[in-house]
Write a protein that binds this ligand. Sequence first.
Ligand SMILES: C[S@@+](CC[C@H](N)C(=O)[O-])C[C@H]1O[C@@H](n2cnc3c(N)ncnc32)[C@H](O)[C@@H]1O
Length: 269
Amino acid sequence: MSDEVERHYAAPSRIDSLLANLDAMAPAGELKIADLAPLDQFHAGGLEATRQLATLAGLSAGQQVLDVGSGVGGPARFLAETYGCSVTGIDLAADYCRLAEVLTARVGLEGKATFRPANALDLPFADGTFDAVWTQHAAMNIADRPGLYREMHRVLRPGGVVALYDAVAGNGAPLFPVPWARDSSTSFLLAPDDLRDVLQQAGFTVIAWRDVSEDAKRWFANRPRSALPGLGLHLLMGSDFPSMAANFGRSVMEGRVGLLMAVARKDHA
Ligand SMILES: C[S@@+](CC[C@H](N)C(=O)[O-])C[C@H]1O[C@@H](n2cnc3c(N)ncnc32)[C@H](O)[C@@H]1O
């Protein structure tokens, strides 16, 4: 299953070609993290959704944050730069971690956000390592949600929070292919109430719960244009990415898929 998910997201040849052309597409120097958003904020709502989740999570400077399913690192760089957090990203796709490190150096955030390949179901960290766990649009690929949230709970210190932003099940199946899956074999959406139950069973106390489906509908209806021509998620996902994104948008518009942000706290070890 994890091999299939990794193959869905990352093709080494696409990452190699992106890296070879990066100077032309995203010249170093005056490059800001926001310039990379069309490529590195891989979720509905883009950078604005990351800002919204960070506000909900109430992060502060110096906190140790783990980004689970960190993609090519846009959210991690945002948290490092904007909040002064020290962010560790893990992702199944080693090629995404490789690109994430290059992009991080390009915006001068080396060492403040770091990335390593790992499976969210087997986090390579000791109990109680992090002040916050952050995750956006990765749980949709993970069937074992009890196992996922137990792992997140384990690596948090008591009092730490998980901040999540995910697609949830609505009134029907998503229209495949969507950005996270070509078909139903790697797509595991939970209904909001079931998600809340699984979080609570893992030991979390839910402290914020926000249905952001309407925000996502507005974003899909009026997606911002890339400031750097040519930079976009098709570079990671291939030429059929526009149809995946369109299907995601239609699935949200039709209520088949919802979008949810939540923050939940680990009260006890
Ligand atoms: C849609 S992307 C989102 C990336 C990033 N969170 C963002 O919002 O920009 C989903 C990411 O989750 C990762 N992922 C999926 N299942 C995973 C797992 N079991 N362990 C670690 N990463 C996983 C994928 O490799 C992919 O990079």
